[in-house]
Design a protein around this ligand. Structure first.
Ligand SMILES: *Cc1c(COP(=O)(O)O)cnc(C)c1O
Length: 369
């Protein structure tokens, strides 16, 4: 049997161990997952009611056009409904873009490290990958512009970048969009948009009219707290949306997902509270790093990537045995670090104490050897 040659070289996404598995393996009562940047404060309480109403419609296909959600998001953003595309998570929008636009003989430009799915999907489509090393966790926009050539179809910008949490400032973004060739699609993945509190983070929706090659990605999985339901979306010129729509599965977002996202969007108070609590937690974790003399990437997202005097894998194993699941930096292209989701105050206090204990042990051993 034959598949695309690349398939034998790719690995399926490696999900972390589930909380149940970790509990069993280490005999723990409680396990806290700070590994996937989910919202530790849950989601809007209005979501539950919207789901209950949908139980009567289990036999019916969803609205493939997601009309109600579409109109809600369009009016929230102030864009035409035709400028949106919904996906089974924004992961699926990455897949749809890749499937519609990339092929053998084309290339695509992205930072390294960045979100893994841009590369993964582009490889499946047979495109050449041009990775431009990030500079201290920030996109090297100058280097990315230089990497673009006649075969380039998509440039991926992730802001704030996963896994570093660093964002692209307004003036740099404007400069990039002005200089990038108009026939190259610029995807700005704004999965952590809601969390950003920096003043010079650009509002890109108004820029869409000036840049018909710009695509923005947003998701309900992070600040909105609906990761389980899988719903994200792209915002772009009608021209791009029309170009990629045929690559979308007809019923790619479920009724539950559409209803929940519509209800969640109505509760902006919940988002405001989430953002405030996240900022407090982030500041606290940063202060902890400063006190312990650990360097970190200054993050505008709901996670912090912390550099360590040991491998990320070692710290990951140690924290897991103690009931905390994080992401090892080795798996994300940032060796000797861990990426920690900003959790509740209580969880951040406990994980800080664990990290402190481990770091002190390592430093003591280094001193004695
Ligand atoms: C989490 C994440 C996504 C994917 O979110 P979905 O759950 O698929 O909507 C996309 N991009 C980045 C950078 C992320 O961190």
């Amino acid at each position: 049997m034959k598949a695309k040659p690349i398939m034998s070289k790719l690995k399926p996404y490696q999900p972390g161990r589930t909380m149940e598995q970790v509990k069993q393996k280490y005999g723990l009562e409680k396990v806290v997952k700070l590994a996937s940047n989910e919202n530790p404060f849950g989601c809007s309480p209005q979501v539950k009611n919207s789901l209950v109403r949908e139980y009567d419609n289990l036999t019916l296909y969803p609205d493939g056009y997601a009309t109600e959600l579409r109109n809600k998001v369009a009016s929230h953003l102030g864009v035409a409904p035709e400028m949106l595309i919904f996906g089974n998570g924004s992961d699926e929008i990455v897949q749809i873009l890749s499937r519609a636009i990339l092929e053998k003989g084309t290339n695509t430009v992205m930072a390294s490290p960045t979100f893994s799915q841009y590369k993964h999907n582009a490889l499946i489509e047979g495109a050449e990958i041009k990775e431009v090393p990030a500079i201290d966790g920030s996109h090297d926009l100058e280097g990315m512009l230089h990497a673009i050539n006649d075969q380039t179809r998509i440039v991926w910008l992730c802001s704030p970048n996963n896994p570093t949490g660093k964002y692209i400032a307004k003036n740099q973004m404007e400069d990039f969009l002005m200089r990038c060739p108009k026939n190259v699609i610029v995807v700005v993945d704004e999965a952590y948009y809601e969390y950003v509190t920096a003043n010079d983070y650009p509002e890109l929706v108004p820029e869409l009219s000036k840049h018909p090659n710009l695509v923005l990605l947003r998701t309900f999985s992070k600040a909105y707290g609906l990761a389980s339901l899988r719903v994200g979306y792209g915002i772009a010129s009608q021209e791009i949306i029309q170009l990629i729509e045929p690559a979308r599965e007809p019923f790619n977002t479920s009724r539950f997902a559409q209803q929940a996202a519509t209800a969640a969007m109505d509760d902006q108070e919940f988002i405001k509270k989430t953002v405030i609590k996240n900022k407090e937690g982030r500041s606290k974790l940063i202060q902890f790093c400063e006190e312990l003399n650990l360097s970190y990437y200054p993050s505008e997202a709901n996670f912090l990537t912390i550099h360590l005097p040991c491998s990320g894998d070692e710290m990951f194993e140690y924290l897991m045995k103690n009931g905390y699941i994080v992401r090892s930096g080795e798996a994300l292209g940032v060796p000797n670090s861990i990426r920690v989701t900003i959790g509740t105050e209580e969880d951040l206090d406990s994980i800080s104490k664990l990290i402190e204990k481990k770091v002190n042990e390592i430093r003591k051993m280094e001193k004695n050897s």
